[in-house]
Design a binder for this molecule. Sequence first.
Ligand SMILES: CC(C)(COP(=O)(O)OP(=O)(O)OC[C@H]1O[C@@H](n2cnc3c(N)ncnc32)[C@H](O)[C@@H]1OP(=O)(O)O)[C@@H](O)C(=O)NCCC(=O)NCCS
Length: 153
Amino acid sequence: MPPGGAERPSSFRQLVRRLDRLARSGMCMPFAIDVDGRFAGQVTVNNIVRGSAQFASVGYWLDRAYAGRGVMPLAVAMVIDHCFTTARLHRIEIAIRPENTNSLRVVEKLGMAEYGYAPRFLHIDDAWRDHRLYAVTVEEVSGRMVDRLKESH
Ligand SMILES: CC(C)(COP(=O)(O)OP(=O)(O)OC[C@H]1O[C@@H](n2cnc3c(N)ncnc32)[C@H](O)[C@@H]1OP(=O)(O)O)[C@@H](O)C(=O)NCCC(=O)NCCS
């Protein structure tokens, strides 16, 4: 457990309960990724801050069986579009470990700007891990993220 942090959920059911509670309080928006009727992964909008901030951070994972097909860039683009329209957020951030080259391709494809480097940012696999920080604000996207993604190919 990270020092001073919340305990990790011990099961998927417990994770869903936690996400449900946070979603009801307006602090997070959890999404499931469905590929051909199968549950393939998740995109979660975390740490939603309202007031003068209107920002949030996005995290994701994908079953390796579905990797390399462009599923995650599309899923994240759809979620960011939802954040900027229905949820009326202003800024979305994504933090990625420097060694996670596949995940770095996702933000590259989305055209998100790198704005910083956070040493020892998140406690993962029993250690504090550095992360590269990316962000996009609503003003930077003239149409939808989904269209921007299509144009980048
Ligand atoms: C990182 C990850 C979520 C990206 O999602 P994705 O839907 O695979 O994204 P893309 O299809 O755009 O692939 C991104 C890059 O991953 C690489 N890749 C990963 N698995 C691959 C596979 N099986 N076949 C081909 N390329 C693969 C490619 O280099 C690709 O870049 P490219 O399109 O320029 O060739 C996913 O690849 C993955 O590794 N999932 C398992 C672990 C995980 O969930 N990590 C999340 C940590 S933040």
